[in-house]
Write a protein that binds this ligand. Structure first.
Ligand code: C2O
Length: 344
């Protein structure tokens, strides 16, 4: 039954979990979160610079070189360390495959397909960005976003094809294609203009006509203690979020790894550009809805996650902490959004 208690992971037991295709996976960290001192989240200093996330196809070479170097360093950090690249990826695996149970319950703690989707991923990429900035000694570093909602962004972003940002486990066929096939797991092989027009109409549906209420956009209200109580992704989570994950992943791998499976998705740095855009869509939707709170339920606002910050301290982050990006000191560079007028 509905208990109305905020969700929280029981960090004391990390266990094997299952991939989307029910294959066993193991992503528990060597530095056990339960052994760390858990500190409350603190907002960045309000006088610190605002990080400006820009479209991936517009960033300059100097930026890319720095970004590549920092990801390269992340890949060299010892594997146990929370800032190690694959340890970062495993944070996603932990919370996406259910490696922790919920507190005081045997139900698994999972953050997809519900109202935890947007807040968890916002916090995850927030810390990833700050860790990269710390590595490069640049407190203005901001993740690029993959603007697949706009015509110019509807190709696989080139900057992720090189050096430390590259990844071999991707779909070589899709990466050559005329424009991303955003929405339904089917290759339509349309000419790029037709594909772009379809994608824009689809975005209109996912952001506007199909997402009039918070539950439709944010996902269903997951309640604690009951496994399978709610399994309803919001419009954008279902697509293009899920569909583009599969579109990027290697079709010859069993679960289209890396991007195509929860447990491996964040092993591909383009994950962070994809999720910056997902996060940006949240800010856009919120603005279209008068900047009102999505939900006022305490069990949502008080639900919590843990992440290592840029100073390797484990932080407790509540949903309420991540609802205002001004306080998180980043924003998205504005670009034209022709889908706003793409009513079919
Ligand atoms: Cu947690 Cu894009 O998935």
């Amino acid at each position: 039954e509905y208990k109305g208690i905020p969700l929280k992971a029981n960090l004391s037991v990390c266990h094997a979990s299952f991939s989307d295709a029910d294959r066993p996976v193991y992503c528990c960290p060597a530095w056990k979160d339960a052994d760390q001192t858990l500190l409350d989240f603190e907002f960045p200093d309000p006088s610190s610079p605002v990080r400006i996330r820009r479209p991936a196809h517009l960033v300059d070479e100097e930026f890319v070189a720095k970004y590549e170097r920092a990801v390269g360093i992340m890949k060299q950090i010892p594997p146990d360390h929370p800032h190690n690249f694959w340890r970062q990826a495993n944070m996603h695996c932990l919370y996406c495959t259910g490696a922790y149970d919920q507190m005081n319950s045997s139900a698994l703690f999972k953050i997809h397909r519900s109202w935890l989707f947007f807040p968890w991923h916002r916090a995850f990429i927030y810390f990833h960005e700050r860790i990269l900035g710390k590595i490069m000694g640049d407190d203005t570093f901001a993740l690029p976003y993959w603007s697949w909602d706009t015509p110019e962004g509807m190709w696989f972003p080139d900057i992720y094809r090189k050096g430390a940002l590259n990844e071999t486990e991707r779909d070589a066929i899709h990466l050559r294609e005329a424009a991303v096939d955003d929405f339904d797991y089917v290759d339509h092989d349309l000419a790029s203009d037709a594909q772009i027009a379809d994608n824009l109409a689809f975005m209109y549906h996912q952001m506007i006509s199909g997402a009039k209420k918070p539950e439709l956009f944010m996902g269903c209200k997951l309640q604690s203690g009951v496994e399978g109580w709610c399994d309803g992704p919001g419009t954008i989570e279902a697509a293009p979020h899920n569909t583009l994950h599969s579109w990027v992943g290697n079709r010859y791998n069993p679960e289209r790894e890396n991007m195509g499976a929860f447990y491996s998705a964040a092993r591909d740095e383009v994950f962070f550009a994809h999720h910056s855009n997902i996060d940006r869509m949240w800010t856009v939707w919120k603005k279209l809805h008068g900047d009102k709170p999505e939900f006022v339920d305490q069990e949502w606002l008080e639900s919590e996650f843990t992440f290592y910050d840029e100073n390797v301290r484990l932080r407790r982050v509540k949903v309420r902490d991540v609802l205002n990006i001004d306080k998180l000191r980043y924003r998205y560079e504005d670009i034209d959004m022709p889908w706003l007028a793409a009513r079919p």
